[in-house]
Every structure is written in structure tokens, then in C-alpha cells.
Design a protein around this ligand. Sequence first.
Ligand code: UTP
Length: 287
Amino acid sequence: MKPLRKIIFPAAGMGTRFLPATKASPKEMLTIVDKPLIQYGVEEALAAGMGQIIMITGRGKRAIEDHFDISAELEANLKKAGKSALYKEVSRVARMAEVIYLRQKEALGLGHAVLCADHWVGDEPFGVSLADELIISEKPAMQQLREVHEQTGCSVIGLIQVQASEVSKYGIVDYHAEESGLLRLTDMVEKPSVDEAPSRMAITGRYIFTPRLMGLLKEVVPGKGGEIQLTDAIAALAREEPVYGVLLEGQRFDAGNPEGFLLANSVLGLQHPEYGESLRLALKEHL
Ligand code: UTP
């Protein structure tokens, strides 16, 4: 089994649910308290030992590249002004990871975005992380997946339990629990009705795949709008080899839409050691 070092961040989507905020700036750069979403994702990947990062970007996404780049002028100005904590943080972010950028020229779906990294992945297992799904947990979500991948050598997908009324928003899995306690996925359905949903277990934006996934993505028949669905390739993978699900521990926020984003900012803002207490008091005054 080859070591797991690589991770793909698909970030070329149009962010239509968050317009007009995402008209000229990437959804992945939306800020939760004091950091953009993509930085949370990259820090989580690094904490799980995935240090080789590829971002799939597109038009209007340059701010992501700038965020992880060295800004000599900014660093010099912060140093000169004696703002040493800010200087340290800014230079830490610029040097935290080895990041490669690749452009998806047309937004042909999440599956297509992942397939753009085919050559870079080669014959190694790889992670995929959707940064607009923010997961705050004691053990990084990607590490929770990595442990099952290392135990089994197989693909692993992060799951959450959702209410019946919510199944139609997610990819929902069918599974059986093995004696070891691992959940082996047997099928998945994209956005089913309550009656069609095989369970209440929904796929989140955290995955580890064997390199076989890339071959199967090439065979996926594009759906409406020419989009290549990642879920179709995962279902095909589960028919060929074991794919496991991990019920993730932690708080998950769908920060790619205004409601989930506001919830994430409210919860993490109120929990923040520096701003939490004053925010609570200010909210009391305003409401
Ligand atoms: P989403 O559907 O959540 O993102 O795709 P979106 O398309 O940006 O948002 P809406 O639906 O228009 O509001 C899940 C992830 O896949 C990436 C997105 O950037 C997001 O991280 N993606 C999606 C791509 O990289 N390329 C695509 O063609 C589609």
C-alpha cells in the first residue's frame, strides 16, 4: 500500500448559492471568524499528514493562490510596524504547504474537477476535501478517514447522520456494518426522496480514494449540463472493491450557503476565546 500524501481541493465551482457575494471573489475565501474556509481545509489536511496539495481552480479564483503565497511587501510592512503576531501568522500561512494549482476550464461537475488531477495522483491513494463544508473536530476529519484507510487499504468516505426531511439535499448511502464495526458501503443515491433514501447517512465533503477511482471517473456518463458526478464513480468503485464509511465526530457546517455560513460564524464566533464573550454581550444588546 502506497503512503497517503496527496489531497485534492476542488474549488472551481461557481458558488451560485452564495451570489452576489461570490460574483467576484471565490466562495472558498469566505471568512469564518478570522480565516477563510480554504485555510481551515488546508490546516485539517496538514494535521492529517497530507502535505501535497492540489487546488482545482477556475476563473475568478486567483485570491486563493494569493492567500497561500508570500507577500513580501505585506510581511515587510507588518515587521516594520512591530505587528509581530500578525507578521508571524501571515508568513506561517504563506509557507504552510506545498500547493499546486490547476484550472478546470469549464465547471463540468465535482467528478470532472477531481479527474483534472489524474496525472498528478498517478498510482497513489489520495484525499479529496470540499472546503465549503467546514468540519470542526478534536481529531481532524481527514485523520478520522486516514485511520480507516490505513486499517483497510481501501477508499473511505466521511458520513453524517441527517434528518429524514434533509435526505433530498445529500448523497445518501446504503451500507452494512461488518463485525469489526466498520461500515461497508453497498450503494449510494444522489439527493433521493425520503421514500427512496436507503438510510439517513449522508456523504460529506471528505474522501480518501484508491487510484482506481480515476479510471472509473473516466467512464462516468455525464448527466445534465454535461456534469460528471463524483457519486456515480464512487458507486461503481463500491461494486468493484470495498469502500468504507466513517461517521464523523465533530461539528459540521455547510458554509457554502448563507444559512450554514451564518451558523458557522455564530457558533465559532461565540466559542472563540478572544471574541466569544464580547460577542455574546453585544448580541444581547442588539437583539
Ligand atoms: P458545490 O455544488 O457545492 O459548489 O460543489 P458550487 O458549484 O460552487 O456551488 P453552487 O451549487 O453553485 O452554489 C462542491 C465542490 O465542488 C467544486 C466546488 O468548488 C465545491 O468545492 N466544484 C464543483 C468544482 O471544483 N468544479 C465543478 O465543476 C463543480
